[in-house]
Design a protein around this ligand. Sequence first.
Ligand code: GDP
Ligand code: IMO
Ligand code: MG
Length: 435
Amino acid sequence: MKQEMKVDVLLGLQWGDEGKGKIVDVFTPKYDIIARFQGGPNAGHTLEFDNQKHVLHTIPSGIFHPQTLNLIGNGVIIDLKIFDDEIQKLRAKGARPEQNLYISKKSHLILPTHRMLDAAYEQAKGNAKIGSTLKGIGPTYTDKTARLGLRIGDILKPTFTEKYQQLKDNHLQILKQYNFDLSAQTIDGLSFEAYEQKWMDAAQSMKKHNLVDSEIFINEQLKAGKSVLAEGAQGTLLDVDFGSYPFVTSSNTVSAAVCTGLGVSPKSIGKIYGVFKAYCTRVGSGPFPTELNDAVGQELRDKGHEYGSTTGRPRRCGWLDLPALRYSIMINGVTDLIITKADVMDEFDQIQVCTHYKLGDTVLQYMPYEIVDEAVEPIWTNHSGWKTNLSSTRSLDQLPKAFCDYLKYIEDQVECPISVVSVGPDRTQTMLREA
Ligand code: GDP
Ligand code: IMO
Ligand code: MG
């Protein structure tokens, strides 16, 4: 009998967009299977290679490697229209998703009316809005938990249209209470009816994919000695339990969610890679203690191209936040850190890092519950900039001393090793420090 393999995990430690897609693509040759375990098309994962840029939303970032299986687990939620568009784009780029993509029959469906509900709830919140991507994430996970949802497997049943209509009617009742007029709305530039028609067409196309009991599939693969990397979406600080609630997404984004989102036991978890940017960004509302509403913030936005991969919205930018990073490392049990985008600060004279928060008279090591309603005061430390072009560096011994000192400082502060350094969006701009 072959030795049963472990599931390694790669996830974001901040508010999303840490560069997860890029790193998964770099790691893919080491794995037989890449699996998404939570979230949905609110994610936008960017990969760059051979001078081409690809943004993935629902499909795992291993899809461009034909020998790698890609699995969408039961914890993921799927908008059939967005999924179908993504498939068409991938085919046009030479990928063959009908061969190397598997989808859980237990993944829940995002209905067009879930997207309308998302918009209605956000509108009703006014200034208190979450800043949702409006992909229907909250309402779909709500229906899942309320035991009302539809799943991929339902598409295969003769009762599908009837079940769809029942849930849609239920949503229409709620939308009426919100005085939400469907006929005045568009979804991704289409009328509600036109979107719904394309969604229904996409349900037919979905039947042609490999729809499986993914929990059985993945456990059998592990038994057969296949290696798996679980690809997180969003970030730890957007987790529904541990993020800055209510300014969060509606799924658990942390390593524990790999077990429920793929159907693997905690015993099967191996390495836990945590990706973080050398600074912080956030899209949407909610607390951001190290946010820079000044020229430095704008410089990070410009140089880091900090505009949402899914929505195009400008991302809020700020300095690295160690209380937040320590918290995320703790919750996830991170074994290895991956730092991205330090190259964005190549020309900075000084780089600030928040080491602790002050809440009243108390100095805090970790992000606290109070973060949402009370202003914490960051305690800063200053580092000299490295003033070197990192993005053309390809080997660790070429890294400038000031940058190595900065990495060492972070490692000491958060008590976790940095095993990968990413210095640009391209696959080749990556240096591995692990043995
Ligand atoms: P994800 O959601 O975590 O996959 O991240 P996104 O793709 O939404 O955002 C990360 C952005 O930074 C993308 O445009 C990437 O191409 C880019 N990126 C990733 N790593 C690096 C890096 O080390 N340096 C620079 N300059 N850009 C990077
Ligand atoms: P990736 O996987 C950054 C944010 C939204 C909003 C909040 C709730 O690319 O890192 P939702 O649509 O989930 O109800 O929005 O979460 N958000 C993300 N921010 N990256 C993401 O994904 C995100 N997915 C959701 O901006 O603030
Ligand atoms: Mg993203």
